[in-house]
Design a protein around this ligand. Structure first.
Ligand code: ZN
Ligand code: ZN
Length: 232
C-alpha cells in the first residue's frame, strides 16, 4: 500500500536512488514488521522499494510483460487510481503507526505482507487507549456497561472493576481527518473480551464492523444460558 501510494504520487516508478525510495526503505527497515534474526541484509532496501513500484505498475498494466505477485494484483484491485486520495490517507496512518510501533508485537508465523496490514489495526488500538480514562469517568455514574455484550458494573463497585473496560473508537481510521480531536461521543465503552472480538471481526472481514453488527455476531456465536453477567 505504501509503495502504491508512492507510485500514484509520482505517476511513474522511481529508481532506488530517489530520496522517496530511500525514505520508504528506511521506514520499513526501522519498523518491527519482521523478526530481525530472520531478515536478509537486503530486507526492504531501496532496490526492493523501486522494484515493488515496477511490480505494481506491471500489475496495473500486464502488457508491460514484467513480473508481479498475487499480492500486487490484490492491492492494485483494492486501490485503483480512483481511490488515490483514500490510499494517501491510509498511507499516512500506516506511516504514523510504523514510526510509533514500540508497543506492537508481531508474531513471526503469518505471511509478511499481511503483517504490514496489521499496523492499521495497531494504530487504531493506540488511539483507543487515549481517551479510556475520561470515558470511564463519564460513564461511571450510570454504571459501566459494555456496549456489545451488556456486561455491567454498578456505580458503587470497586474501582478495580475499571480494568474490565476499554475505550473503542467508533470512527474508522481511514475516515478520521488526520489528528482531528477525538470526542467522547466517538468512543464506545467495551469490555476487554468484546474489544478483542470486534477488532478480530474487522481484521477477518477486512472491512469496518460497528458495535451493533459485532453484538449480533457475538449473539449468533455464543450460547447464553443465563443472560448477561453483572458485577454489583
Ligand atoms: Zn462485552
Ligand atoms: Zn478498538
Amino acid at each position: 500500500m505504501l509503495a502504491l501510494d508512492l507510485l500514484y504520487r509520482h505517476g511513474k516508478p522511481i529508481d532506488r536512488h530517489h530520496p522517496d525510495s530511500i525514505e520508504l526503505s528506511e521506514l520499513l527497515r526501522a519498523a518491527p514488521i519482521y523478526p530481525e534474526a530472520q531478515r536478509k541484509g537486503s530486507f526492504r532496501n531501496s532496490d526492493g522499494v523501486a522494484l515493488k513500484l515496477q511490480n505494481l505498475l506491471s500489475a496495473i498494466d500486464p502488457n508491460r510483460g514484467l513480473s508481479f505477485s498475487k499480492t500486487d494484483t490484490e492491492v492494485v484491485a483494492e486501490f485503483p487510481i480512483s481511490r488515490k486520495a483514500e490510499l494517501a490517507k491510509l498511507a499516512i496512518a500506516i506511516r504514523e503507526a510504523l514510526s510509533d510501533a514500540s508497543e506492537i508485537v508481531i508474531g513471526d508465523q503469518e505471511d509478511i505482507e499481511f503483517q504490514e496490514g496489521k499496523f492499521l489495526t495497531a494504530r487504531h488500538r493506540q488511539r483507543d487507549r487515549r481517551l479510556r480514562k475520561k470515558l470511564i469517568e463519564a460513564r461511571r455514574p450510570g454504571g459501566l456497561k459494555c456496549e456489545i455484550c451488556n456486561f455491567t458494573v454498578s456505580p458503587n463497585a470497586s474501582r478495580s472493576t475499571d480494568s474490565f473496560f476499554e475505550g473503542h473508537h467508533t470512527i474508522p481510521l481511514a475516515a478520521a481527518e488526520g489528528e482531528r480531536t477525538t470526542r467522547l461521543s466517538d468512543m464506545a465503552l467495551l469490555c476487554a473480551c468484546c474489544h478483542r472480538f470486534i477488532h478480530r471481526l474487522i481484521a477477518d472481514n477486512r472491512r469496518w464492523v460497528g458495535t451493533t453488527e459485532a453484538a449480533a455476531a457475538r449473539k449468533a456465536l455464543l450460547f447464553e444460558s443465563k443472560g448477561t453477567a453483572t458485577v454489583v
